[in-house]
Design a protein around this ligand. Structure first.
Ligand code: COA
Ligand code: AMP
Length: 627
């Protein structure tokens, strides 16, 4: 075991205030914090700072304006653009001036529904500069989901682009924004639209503004100075799936976020100024916020913004090409991306031909990394492949192998050790810790370290629920165990959240949509195993007696989930079945359905009301497969 890792973790437990006060020195504060922690005000009370200043200006002031800050590598448009810190500062300044001209200021919300292009990063940082709160909505969500976020965040502005490019598909974003604004109650003053060459979009007169036109109109406006905000002022709100149809707005505070991310770059990922870091995620997810945008820039590193897919843009060698081309020192991606690459290139011929350049490690997160995928990647890349675990709520890794602290220990199937700042336990239903190796609810001691959420937007009650089941502990919603060596194993969720291709979705929400589809009497949506995406949603639908066209019902169910939740839901399979398996008290046996969907041999549970139902379901599934 690395002594440095053990010491750091112990220090973070024994003297958390001293530990995080030391970490906070990596950030330039406008006003130094009066304390490190306060039960009411949270981390670094009294401190003021600007996250954009810390991500850009201070590096320029230190003479590093010529260093590379951002590389946009876009195989889907066949372009690569590079921005030094000077150039990034200029671009962010221009967008900040544009937003300021529209009256955006401290505390205002701005929603971004944008693809993986540099302007998205500029806009996030421009909001941070003005003290405004951005809320990025992933492009794969449908208008209704965007509308829910608009109503909850009540933004002054929505920023969008005419289209996203998803592999070979061009996705028109603007019609989705128009539809979302039609569905939302909250009046948005303006939509700022970036026209892309691939596909243009119409502007609604009076409401919509053209990005390029506004940029030209404000070209001579001074760059707004970075606004000093309180440590606990929100930097952003990022919505994530809860267990209901209502998304949870995770609030990220400026101070704790900057401190935690800067600390994580050095001590977990071993990345500092001048290194090239690539998180192959999307800016719409927390990984994109933390490790495409903020963390690499906070430490003066170079970040890669990749607009493409692991396969098909143009082939399964694209990741290795990006690494080699830009000298990526550390790659962060989701296991599903590696599985997709492996499927296309099982012998890793492209990996061997292209190589991994100066890359030192590959980190995986977003879903459990199966040992087989890790084994394949380690064998062919010769690099350490590190599974690490975290959540939108936390904002940065909670378990990992801390490379920057000299740790190298890995165990395939485990997500590593608690990161300094995090104390874990595994509890049974009564809140009692279980012995090593025994599964239970994975919890983290409160208070959570800097960077982790301290409230949910407009919903402090739902926030408090995370700490209600096990007083003194944050309930992660994950199940797992800690083995006798201290490795943490995260095995799945305790609720109805599933991870589809590393995307967090709620089967409960899909179930609500399916249940409301005309012709559906009742339904259940479960997560079934998938060789590439890890999990995929599968619907079991009992038709109403008068609904005889089962093929039409199947299409209707799939179409309504895509329409209401979005393409990202990836619900492609719905089985029309005569009944659902239920207990005598009427509870649907979802676990049994999951096993049936996975083709597992499973004994009929004694609690089942009608033991004939599983066989009927299997017969109906066979019929669907044959059809
Ligand atoms: N905007 C609009 N639509 C989007 C989108 C976006 N930003 N992202 C995904 N979609 C659409 C896709 O085009 C697809 O639509 P389709 O059903 O019409 O084909 C649908 O949403 C599902 O997307 P996805 O789950 O990504 O499946 P895929 O088949 O397109 O790609 C993988 C599969 C494995 C290659 C891809 O999911 C991947 O790269 N995953 C890694 C995810 C990741 O990095 N997660 C972050 C956690 S660290
Ligand atoms: P998100 O909030 O989208 O980052 O999703 C968080 C959830 O993804 C976690 O609660 C886990 O269920 C799952 N997850 C993320 N990383 C891992 C991992 N390394 N191993 C297992 N599950 C993971």
């Amino acid at each position: 075991m690395s002594g440095a890792y053990r010491q750091a973790w112990q220090d973070s437990m024994d003297q958390p205030r001293a530990f995080w006060a030391q970490a906070a020195r990596a950030i330039d504060w406008t006003t130094a914090p009066a304390a490190t922690w306060d039960d009411q005000a949270g981390w670094f009370p009294g401190g003021t700072l600007n996250t954009c200043y810390n991500a850009i200006d201070r590096h320029i002031a230190a003479g590093r304006g010529g260093a590379l800050a951002l590389i946009h590598d876009s195989p889907v448009t066949d372009t690569v653009c590079r921005f030094t810190y000077d150039q990034l500062g200029e671009e962010v300044g221009r967008v900040a001036a544009m937003l300021a001209s529209l009256g955006v200021g401290r505390g205002d919300r701005v929603i971004l529904y944008m693809p993986m292009i540099p302007e998205t990063v500029f806009a996030m940082l421009a909001c941070a500069r003005l003290g405004a709160i951005h809320s990025v909505v992933f492009g794969g969500f449908a208008p209704l989901e965007l509308a829910k976020r608009i109503d909850d965040a009540a933004p002054k502005l929505v920023l969008t682009a005419s289209c996203g490019i998803e592999g070979t598909r061009t996705v028109a974003y603007k019609p989705m924004v128009d539809e979302a604004l039609r569905l939302a109650d909250h009046p948005v003053a303006h939509v700022l639209l970036l026209q892309r060459d691939r596909l243009g979009a119409d502007l609604v007169p009076g409401r919509d503004l053209d990005w390029a036109v506004l940029r030209a109109a404000t070209a001579h406006d001074p760059v707004p100075a970075p606004v000093a905000v309180a440590s606990d002022d929100p930097l952003y709100v990022l919505y994530t799936s809860g267990t209901t149809g209502t998304p949870k707005g995770v609030v990220r505070e400026n101070g704790g976020h900057a401190v935690a991310l800067a600390w994580s770059m050095a001590h977990i990922f071993d990345i500092g100024a001048g290194d090239v870091f690539w998180a192959a995620s999307d800016v719409g997810w927390v990984v994109g916020h933390s490790y495409i945008v903020y963390a690499p820039l906070l430490v003066g590193a170079t970040t890669v913004l990749f607009e493409g897919k692991p396969v098909g843009t143009p082939d399964a060698g694209t990741f290795w090409r990006v690494i080699a081309r830009h000298g990526v020192k550390c790659l962060f991606t989701a296991p599903t991306a590696i599985r997709a690459i492996r499927k296309e290139d099982p012998d890793a011929a492209l990996l061997h031909a292209i190589g991994t350049g100066p890359c030192r490690a590959i980190f995986l997160a977003g879903e459990r990394a199966d040992p087989d995928t890790i084994g394949w990647l380690e064998t062919h890349s010769g690099l350490p492949v590190i599974d690490h675990w975290w959540q939108t709520e936390l904002g940065w890794p909670a378990t990992a192998t801390c490379l920057g602290l000299g740790d190298r220990r890995r165990l395939r199937g485990s997500a590593g050790f608690p990161v300094p700042g995090y104390r874990f336990a595994v509890l049974d239903e009564t809140g009692v810790p279980v012995p090593a190796g025994t599964s239970g609810a994975v919890v983290i001691a409160a208070p959570l370290p800097p960077g982790a959420f301290r409230t949910l937007w407009n919903n402090p009650v739902a926030y408090a629920r995370n700490f209600a089941a096990f007083p003194g502990w944050y309930e992660t919603g994950d199940a797992g165990f800690i083995d006798d060596q201290g490795f943490v194993h995260i095995m799945g969720r305790t609720d109805d959240i599933i991870n589809v291709a590393g995307h967090r979705l709620s089967t409960g929400q899909m179930e609500q949509i399916v249940a409301a589809t005309p012709g559906v009497a009742e339904c259940a949506v479960i997560g079934a195993d998938d060789a590439i995406k890890g999990m995929i949603p599968v619907a079991y639908v009992v038709p109403r007696a008068d609904m005889r066209d089962h093929a039409a019902l199947h299409h209707a169910v799939i179409a309504s989930v895509r329409r209401e939740l979005g393409a990202v839901a990836a619900l492609k399979t719905a089985f029309i079945v005569p009944a659902l398996p239920k207990t005598r008290s009427g509870k649907t046996l979802r676990n049994l359905l999951r096993k049936i969907a996975n083709g597992e041999d499973t004994p009929i549970p004694p609690t089942i009301e009608d033991p004939a139902v599983p066989a009927q379901i299997i017969a109906a599934m066979r019929q669907t497969a044959q059809a």
